[in-house]
Design a protein around this ligand. Structure first.
Ligand SMILES: Cc1cc2nc3c(=O)[nH]c(=O)nc-3n(C[C@H](O)[C@H](O)[C@H](O)COP(=O)(O)O)c2cc1C
Length: 201
């Protein structure tokens, strides 16, 4: 197991995977670990749908890309460009050995009578889901797997809910793809630390 700080520094988004999948027990072990993330009130408002069934995955991705295509047409994007984008998007998800849909449920979060505090509570829910997902990316990397976070479900929540028959309280937030890496992304640059922080002494 590599050093924790080294894991933090070397994790990268991996979008190309080898054909082999990850055994279900290992996926469960990674999900078990990621839920220890800090989260609002310990309400644990995150839910994970692990899609291992190829037909179901195809149905989901086809429905989502059909929806995406409509949005692109409305944006006035040319037919050729749309075709390229859709093919690229489909390939990415269909070739990923494991596809996880991360959802937020507000059921066990606090409820406020006013919109402003309810909005804050919703943000806390979203932050809590994001925290577990960052854990998942780090755990996958530490275990030698590759992972990537995709925002696609945020843009087609109704489609995701319908195809996967999710409970009405589930709010799809992200896809996480997982697999054995088949690429080594080049080093990435980050903004200088001094641009991101302000020390008040
Ligand atoms: C909220 C969020 C949404 C993201 N959505 C996408 C996405 O839709 N497609 C994609 O290729 N990568 C997506 N990513 C991955 C980022 O592009 C990636 O983390 C960023 O470029 C930094 O690269 P690194 O993860 O290799 O350090 C997303 C990451 C986050 C945290």
């Amino acid at each position: 197991m590599p050093d924790f700080l080294e894991v933090l520094k070397t994790r990268r988004s991996i979008r190309q995977y080898k054909h082999r999948t990850i055994p279900k027990e290992i996926i469960l072990e990674m999900l078990d670990l990621c839920r220890y993330a800090a989260n609002a009130h310990n309400s644990q408002p995150f839910r994970f749908i692990v899609i291992l069934n190829t037909d179901l995955k195809k149905r989901l991705i086809n429905a989502m890309t059909a929806r995406y295509e409509l949005d692109l047409r409305r944006d006035g994007v040319s037919k050729t460009t749309i075709q390229k984008i859709i093919t690229h998007s489909k390939t990415r998800f269909l070739k990923a050995p494991v596809l996880i849909v991360a959802c937020l449920t507000m059921e066990d979060m606090d409820h406020y009578p006013d919109q402003e505090r309810q909005r804050c509570e919703f943000i806390m829910g979203v932050q809590s889901v994001a925290n577990t997902l960052q854990n998942l990316l780090l755990i996958a990397h530490a275990r030698g797997f590759g992972a990537c976070w995709y925002c696609a479900p945020l843009f087609a929540p109704d489609t995701v809910k319908e195809v996967l028959n999710l409970p009405s309280s589930y709010l799809p937030q992200a896809f996480i793809t997982l697999g054995i890496p088949d690429e080594t992304p080049p080093p990435i640059t980050r903004k200088p630390l001094e641009d991101l922080i302000k020390i008040l002494e």
